[in-house]
Structure formats: structure tokens, C-alpha cells
Design a protein around this ligand. Structure first.
Ligand SMILES: Nc1ncnc2c1ncn2[C@@H]1O[C@H](COP(=O)(O)OP(=O)(O)OP(=O)(O)O)[C@@H](O)[C@H]1O
Ligand SMILES: [Mg+2]
Length: 293
């Protein structure tokens, strides 16, 4: 008798999820990524096609993840969306306007900690607000509000070196959100954290997305994380970096850790495994002997 779980298709969705996905699809467009390609010249004269024909749209308050093997162009894509790099062809539009450079309308959170070490937690969050010309008192009030939201209200006067990795990322999220961006761009923000802190950060982020009017594009390597957080998952393949499939996640909201073992969750994860790992059938260990060369 087979020991495998009898899972539904990842395309099968409960009525409440189908209704939510239909409602999402009808929301106003925030960002459109239109036939984007990025080629890098290399030393030997050959070029690397990091991205090819990337095309998708992001709707208001959608949580969309991008997943794919190392080197498939995830960071290249997010850098282009942030305006830190330019595509070779294609375009990116935010609220209908072409993205031509960085702007306060996009908040960035990277894997590596990017806080200013010489500024207190509070001043890190105030930084963008002051740059936008807010008076110090107002910037301070707002910074403290955002720090409360990420659960760091009591840590405002500390310096980044005095914080754990998870706390630093919460400050980075508060700092990005304080500018009230139209979209939050996150490149493996929890990649450097241990499993337990990472789970806590996922819960934080879900709660933030419930409370704050923000749209999120989230890059991850982690299949569970992608399914747990997202409305849709853009699956990229490598060489050239291209969209293999855009999966609508058939898991109900609000999300809870118990759902990691739900049939729809596992069915989605199985589909991601098929697309990303594309495992060759691994020979059984007793299928042959290894010969010395
Ligand atoms: N500045 C650059 N110059 C030349 N090639 C680059 C440059 N940046 C990225 N590449 C190449 O583009 C491809 C995509 O790189 P990218 O960093 O976007 O991948 P990634 O999906 O983010 O990988 P990882 O999961 O390891 O972070 C790789 O082949 C990489 O070598
Ligand atoms: Mg990367």
C-alpha cells in the first residue's frame, strides 16, 4: 500500500479562496512588469541573459512572492523594480508611470542588514521622514508608531549593534514602511535568520500586511515561506531567467501555522518542488556499486 498522501491538485481551490483571488484580480494595478529582459556583458565576450521576457502585474495589497533557483535573476529583477538597475528591454510601471530610478514610492528590505550603525533605532526610522522634509517632532512621532507596529517600541534608543538579526530586520521593515511606499520590495529578508526567528518574522509580516495599506513583492528560496505568505507565487527558471508559472495559492486567509500541514498547502508546495527542483530520478542506493575511477 502506498504511504503517499492523497493530495488535491494545486489548481483546486476552496470557494472562499476562489472568491478572494477573484477580488484580488479586480483590484487596481500597482506595478506592471512588461516583457522585461536584462543581459549582462561578461569578460569573455559572451553575455549572460539574466532575465528574459518577464511579464506580470501586481495588484493593490497583493502579496506576491518570486521564487526560483540560485542565479535565476531574482535579485536582478528586484533591483530593476527598485530602479537601481535598468532593463535591457521592456519596462516597469508603478501606478502607470515608468520606473526610471529609485524613489520613496518603493521601500526596500534586503537580506543583509542595511541599518545605519551610527544612528539609534529611532533615528534610523526617522531618516527617510526627515529627508522628505518632515519636522523632527513629527518624524519622531511617526517613527515611534512604526516601531510599535513591529513590536520594538521599547528599543527606540538602542543602536543596531545591540539588536538581534530578527530585530534588525524589523527595524528595516519599520524604516521602509515609515515612508509609506506604494510597494515593499523584499529580497530574501529572512534568509540570514534561524528557523525559529524566521517563523516569528513571517507571523509579524502577515500581521503588518493585515494592518497596513501596502503591496508586497517578496523574494525567497524557501518553498514553505512562499506558500505561507503569498497570494500568488511567480516561479522563475534559470538560464535564461524566465517565468515558468504563476501560481495562485489555494490556501485560505487568515494564515496560521497549522496550515503548513493542510492538503492545499502541501499540494502547492509539491507543485513548487516539481517546478524548481525538477529532480532527476535519484537512483536507489542499492541500484549499483560505485566504482573507483
Ligand atoms: N552585475 C552583474 N554583472 C554580470 N552578471 C551579473 C551581475 N549581476 C548578476 N549577474 C548574473 O545574472 C544572473 C542572475 O543573478 P541574480 O543575482 O539576479 O540571481 P538570484 O536569482 O538573485 O540568485 P540567488 O538566489 O543566489 O540570490 C547570474 O548568472 C549572475 O551571475
Ligand atoms: Mg539574489
Amino acid at each position: 500500500m502506498s504511504d503517499l498522501l492523497d493530495l488535491p491538485s494545486y489548481l483546486d481551490r476552496p470557494p472562499a479562496v476562489a472568491a478572494r483571488l477573484a477580488e484580488l484580480a479586480a483590484r487596481p494595478l500597482v506595478m506592471s512588469i512588461e516583457d522585461l529582459s536584462r543581459e549582462y556583458a561578461s569578460d569573455g565576450g559572451n553575455s549572460v541573459l539574466a532575465l528574459s521576457g518577464i511579464h506580470f502585474e501586481i495588484r493593490h495589497r497583493e502579496f506576491i512572492s518570486v521564487i526560483g533557483p540560485s542565479g535565476c535573476g531574482k535579485s536582478t529583477l528586484i533591483r530593476i523594480l527598485a530602479g537601481l538597475d535598468a532593463p535591457t528591454s521592456g519596462r516597469v510601471r508603478l501606478d502607470g508611470h515608468d520606473v526610471v530610478g529609485p524613489g520613496a514610492d518603493r521601500g526596500m528590505v534586503f537580506q543583509s542588514y542595511t541599518l545605519f550603525p551610527w544612528l539609534s533605532v529611532k533615528k534610523n526610522v526617522m531618516f527617510g521622514l526627515k529627508m522628505r522634509g518632515l519636522p523632527t517632532r513629527e518624524a519622531e512621532r511617526r517613527a515611534l508608531e512604526w516601531l510599535e507596529l513591529v513590536g520594538l517600541g521599547d528599543y527606540a534608543e538602542l543602536y543596531p549593534a545591540q539588536l538581534s538579526g530578527g530585530m534588525k530586520q524589523r527595524v528595516a521593515i519599520a524604516r521602509a514602511l515609515a515612508n509609506e511606499p506604494r510597494i515593499l520590495l523584499m529580497d530574501e529578508p529572512f534568509g540570514a535568520l534561524d528557523a525559529q526567528t524566521r517563523a516569528a518574522m513571517q507571523a509579524h509580516l502577515l500581521r503588518i500586511c493585515d494592518t497596513v495599506d501596502v503591496t508586497v513583492l517578496f523574494i525567497t528560496h524557501d518553498l514553505d515561506e512562499a506558500v505561507y505568505l503569498s497570494d500568488r507565487i511567480v516561479v522563475l527558471g534559470a538560464n535564461p531567467g524566465r517565468v515558468l508559472e504563476i501560481i495562485e495559492v489555494p490556501v485560505a486567509r487568515p494564515r496560521t501555522p497549522e496550515q503548513f500541514l493542510s492538503a492545499h498547502f502541501l499540494a502547492t508546495k509539491k507543485r513548487l518542488e516539481e517546478l524548481i527542483h525538477r529532480r532527476e530520478t535519484v537512483p536507489r542506493h542499492d541500484a549499483g556499486t560505485i566504482r573507483a575511477a
